[in-house]
Design a protein around this ligand. Structure first.
Ligand code: NAD
Length: 366
């Protein structure tokens, strides 16, 4: 059953990690290392069953292969899950034991934070292995990726406006931003700085108040965000918000935001296309976070990070070109761009040493 799944989706390696004393039950999935070592975060979640955990890590690791390939990184796709409740099951021993398993893979898999894991947990992982990104800035790490993700989302928006309207005048259009967390509020700031009219919503009233008071946004209800007269719908909260119920209500001509997995299904993606709405594929738009941590491998530098975020513009442009070339919706064109890059680069014979991450400029024990 497992090998059948690996066969279908093309995973290279799945590692089950167990340490009874440390209470560790984890799975590391390496999907594809053709472009380079597999990079993807570790998620800690109280999965109902081991099968659920396995399904999640297989799905997420494959997603990272596509995201990293489209981002133009020399990095493959992987992911890890730790089975446990982040509120009650965390310990130094658990994360150090997990770090030892990551170390045992010799750099084929590089980890980072994901849902349920924070930078303090990664400190423990870092004691046991070099192969971790998103470490604290005192070690030469890259810190919070959210402002970079927001800036990258802006680059994606510029490319999408250009495609749709033939100009990049952000301030000429109106926006419905759903979710004002780490990324959403930064994105609202970037939009309003450019003179845009912005509608906002969030379940957290303080965040809404901040967007209204500091950036002059207009607050709307949680459900009302789908009905506002805005040119761009920008999901920056949860996944699956473009679905059968919401799509007929949207007035927007563009969907461009930072949330992961915005389209509820592929069929909805096809319907978005039919309605003449230009969808900026989420994993191409929100790649700023992974780009940022990937720079830790060569030695983190903020200027390089900002320059790299701007490549998101070109990645989106390329996706739109492929969509037109092949007559397919943009969400499929993003997958195709990833597959073409892996295929072509995979045929180049890279020098052996290139496959090994270097991690320059980081300081241990700081
Ligand atoms: P966050 O948890 O800081 O913010 C999410 C916000 O959405 C919160 O303010 C929350 O109250 C709000 N929210 C939740 N449900 C809502 C609802 N139904 N309606 C309106 N608001 C709702 O998360 P974040 O780091 O800002 O990430 C936002 C999205 O972007 C996520 O989907 C995340 O996976 C994705 N993403 C983030 C990064 C990053 O660098 N942080 C990188 C890539 C992708």
């Amino acid at each position: 059953m497992i090998f059948e799944h690996l066969d279908t989706y093309g995973h290279e390696q799945v590692v089950f990690c167990h340490n009874k004393d440390a209470g560790l039950k984890a799975i590391i999935a390496i999907h594809n290392t053709v472009l380079g070592p597999a990079l993807g975060g570790t998620r800690m979640w109280p999965y109902k069953s081991e099968q659920d955990a396995l399904n999640d890590v297989l799905r997420l690791s494959r997603g990272m292969t596509y995201k990293n390939a489209v981002a133009g990184l020399n990095i493959g796709g992987g992911k890890a899950v730790i089975i446990g409740d982040p509120a009650t099951d965390k310990s130094e021993a658990l994360f150090r034991s997990f770090g030892q398993f990551v170390e045992s893979l010799g750099g084929r898999y590089i980890t980072a934070e994901d849902v349920g894991i924070d930078v303090n947990d990664m400190e423990f992982v870092y004691r046991e292995t070099e192969y971790v990104t998103g470490v604290h800035q005192v070690h030469g790490g890259s810190g919070d990726p959210s402002p970079f993700t927001a800036y990258g989302t802006m680059q994606g928006l510029l490319a999408t406006l250009n495609r749709k309207y033939g100009n990049e005048e952000v301030g000429n259009y109106s926006y419905a931003v759903q979710g004002l967390g780490h990324v959403g509020i930064e994105f609202v700031k970037l939009l309003t700085e450019r003179g845009a009219k912005v509608f906002v919503t969030d379940i957290n009233a303080d965040r809404v108040a901040r967007a209204v008071n500091e950036y002059g946004a207009e607050a709307v209800g949680l459900d009302e965000i789908y009905d506002v007269e805005a040119d761009v719908y920008s999901p920056c909260a949860l996944g699956g918000t473009v679905n059968e119920d919401t799509l007929p209500r949207l007035k927007a001509k563009i969907i461009c935001g930072a949330a992961n997995n915005q389209l509820a299904t592929n069929a909805i993606g096809d319907e978005v296309e039919k309605r003449g709405i230009l969808y900026a594929p989420d994993y191409a738009v929100n790649a700023g976070g992974v780009m940022n941590v990937s720079l830790e491998i060569d030695g983190y530098n903020r200027e390089r990070a900002m320059r790299m975020m701007r490549t998101i513009y070109h990645n989106l442009t390329r996706i739109f070109e492929i969509a037109e070339r092949d007559g397919i919706p943009t969400y499929r064109a993003a997958d195709r761009l990833a597959e073409e890059r892996i295929e072509i680069i995979g045929k180049l014979k890279l020098p052996l040493g290139r496959a090994r991450p270097r991690f320059q400029g980081r300081v241990r024990g700081a």
